[in-house]
Design a protein around this ligand. Structure first.
Ligand SMILES: [Zn+2]
Ligand SMILES: [Zn+2]
Length: 627
């Protein structure tokens, strides 16, 4: 949660909605024990222990009571206890609302946790209606809005279990989640997007579209890429590899394990240990480490030869697979996995090159996001948390690196915010935080400036003055990782990838078996080679040649179209429905009349049935769209 949100009216509104829900609970579930009820990122919750268990079906009634209580226009009043004794009295006498002292159990523990000398405040709301007094008073730091009447647009979402104080040794409480907004439209949009997000869940789509799966036998957080997912990876890596070659990057390949000495030198063992898989010791007692980061390998490559100032910048790029030991509870589909491939690169630059190179990296990252259709993002500069000691390197270098990043943003006219505590342990960084089609934010492309690893590895180049100098390193990964990016793209497009990215671009649907050999001929023209799994039925007559085939093949050239021939023995209607589910951009229907006339029946994913058109017209349309 960011500071802007925590200071907003929405934040106070949601906090007050949590209180309002607690008030409804005390009325509907007498004897309920209240624990804590804060606002959170998308709403609020309250943790409670109820003598009568609260079920999902109860949410409607609780919400209904909240509406009644809101309409009583209860003023929300803050009051401060004179001292601890008075605070205790208020909790035991007023907060319990005559429901017995036992209901104050958690509040009393919270009071004890308030540090000595700190003010203890309460928020009190009450109103009378039909001769009955409704009241709720809670031990709370606030702040709140002024009146319950302002809480109009809210909804209770779901229940979950939560341990008191997040400790498994403690009692399991019931957590009731809700959300509230300033307007009905915002609430509606939020609820709509939630539903839409469920439909777009990349874990479901990944399986349905044949992109990737997880297997409990393989282990948590270790995705298996299926053919279509692997094609998607290839398309993305080919695209980035091309952009990198044009910008003077040099490809390298490094191993998946290394001696502990490498990671001792880099400082990872000290600062990154908790994210590393347990170490391996071989028979000669040498310790090996499964690669959690590519950087130290690239540094070794840089250091493997004498470098002159004329050699710099050196830009080493690798699609490097790394392994990180994420807690199993934190794994989330492709968004957090234990093994993933970074589109990594490390640039070794001179001081006078830093700004230009940094800008080059940021503009490459922006080019990548634009091509992927991720056009909305904000820029965050992550700096050191002054309170923490988890960083390496001296303050002066940190300062220099941060200045370079900010200057680059200013020169590129990028609006950015500075966020303390978001740096890597070896240097400050710039993150592009993408807003997806549903308004959710994803931290993706990262660029880091690093003075520290060159220092630790004593990297050098010989300057114009003939003396050794230390290069500066830039770490960057525009996709972040292929796993995370494909997870995001799957949700962004709800599986309907743009034509250039779609694992299968064209599905050919022969209406009857006898049309299959011709369909296959057409496929070989579009993809430039024959599909090895095609087994023509020897009973069927030889198919005629595709008109203008040689010419079409030449037009398609070296970038084959990714084609699938649907040879299933289903009806045409069923075939169309199946391929629609696979979200393939184009379907070509082939029957007797098409073969005779040299046409195909074209169905576009976006525009529907386009009717019959000559094959050459379809190919021209396809190539226009692709290039
Ligand atoms: Zn509160
Ligand atoms: Zn790195």
């Amino acid at each position: 949660m960011n500071a802007t949100y925590e200071n907003s009216r929405l934040y106070r509104l949601r906090h007050s909605a949590a209180h309002l829900m607690a008030q409804a609970l005390t009325e509907l579930f007498p004897g309920v024990k209240l624990a804590i009820g804060p606002p959170i990122e998308n709403g609020f919750y309250y943790d409670v222990e109820s003598p009568r268990p609260i079920k999902e079906e109860d949410l409607v009634a609780i919400e209904e009571r909240m509406r009644e209580l809101a309409k009583l226009q209860q003023p929300i009043v803050r009051k401060v206890a004179a001292d601890r004794d008075e605070a205790r009295c208020i909790i035991l006498e007023e907060c319990t609302l005559g429901q017995g002292e036992a209901t104050a159990e958690y509040k009393l523990q919270l009071l004890e946790a308030v540090p000595d000398g700190e003010e203890v405040s309460f928020y009190d709301q009450q109103a009378a209606s039909n001769g009955k007094v409704h009241r709720f008073i809670d031990l709370c730091r606030g702040p709140h809005i002024e009146n319950t009447g302002e809480i109009e647009h809210f909804k209770l979402m779901h229940l979950a279990g939560a341990y008191w104080r997040g400790d498994v040794k403690n009692k399991m409480l019931t957590r009731i989640y809700g959300t509230a907004f300033e307007s009905a439209e915002e609430l509606e949009t939020y609820l709509y997007n939630l539903e839409e997000a469920k439909k777009r869940d990349h874990r479901l789509l990944g399986r349905e579209l044949g992109l990737f799966i997880f297997s409990p036998t393989v282990g948590p957080g270790l995705p298996l890429w299926l053919p279509k997912g692997a094609i998607l990876r290839d398309v993305l890596t080919d695209f980035l590899r091309g952009e990198q070659l044009r910008r003077g990057y040099l490809p390298v390949v490094t191993p998946n394990i290394a001696s502990h000495r490498l990671y001792e030198k880099s400082g990872h063992i000290l600062t990154f240990r908790e994210k590393m898989f347990p170490f391996m010791v071989d028979e000669e007692k040498e310790t090996f480490i499964l690669k959690p980061m590519n950087c130290p390998f690239h540094i070794e490559i840089y250091a493997s030869q004498m470098r002159s100032y004329r050699d710099l910048p050196v830009r080493l790029a690798e699609f490097g697979t790394v392994y990180r030991y994420e807690q199993s509870g934190e794994l989330a589909g492709m968004l957090r996995v234990r093994g993933f491939t970074q589109d990594d690169a490390h640039l070794f630059v001179r001081k006078d090159q830093l700004l230009e190179e940094f800008k080059g990296v940021v503009s490459l990252t922006m080019r990548v996001l634009e091509k992927l259709g991720l056009k909305e993002y904000r820029v965050r500069v992550g700096t050191k948390d002054p309170q923490s000691d988890k960083y390496v390197g001296d303050d002066e270098n940190w300062q220099l690196a941060q200045e370079a990043i900010e200057l680059a943003c200013q020169e590129m006219q990028l609006a950015y915010e500075v966020s303390a505590g978001d740096a890597a342990f070896y240097g400050p960084k710039l993150d592009l935080i993408i807003k997806d089609a549903l308004g959710r934010e994803w931290q993706m492309g990262t660029v880091q400036v690093d003075y520290n690893l060159p220092e630790r590895f004593a990297l050098e180049y010989i300057g114009e003055d003939g003396k050794p100098h230390r290069p500066i390193m830039i770490h960057r990964a525009p996709f972040g990782s292929l796993e995370r990016m494909i997870g995001l793209l799957t949700e962004q497009y709800a599986g309907a990838f743009p034509l250039w990215l779609a694992p299968i671009q064209v599905a050919i649907l022969p209406i009857a078996d006898r049309h299959a050999p011709y369909a296959q001929k057409l496929a070989t023209i579009l993809q430039g080679f024959a599909s090895p799994d095609f087994k023509p039925d020897p009973e069927l007559p030889e198919a005629p040649e595709v008109p203008g085939g040689a010419e079409l093949r030449a037009q398609i050239g070296t970038e084959p179209v990714r084609v699938f021939v649907d040879q299933s023995r289903e009806t045409l209607g069923k075939k169309i429905r199946e391929n629609q589910k696979q979200k393939i951009p184009y379907m070509l229907v082939l029957g007797d009349r098409d073969i005779e006339a040299g046409t195909v029946g074209v169905r576009s994913r976006e525009e529907g049935d386009l009717g019959a058109m000559p094959i050459s017209e379809f190919v021209a349309r396809l190539l226009r769209e692709l290039r």
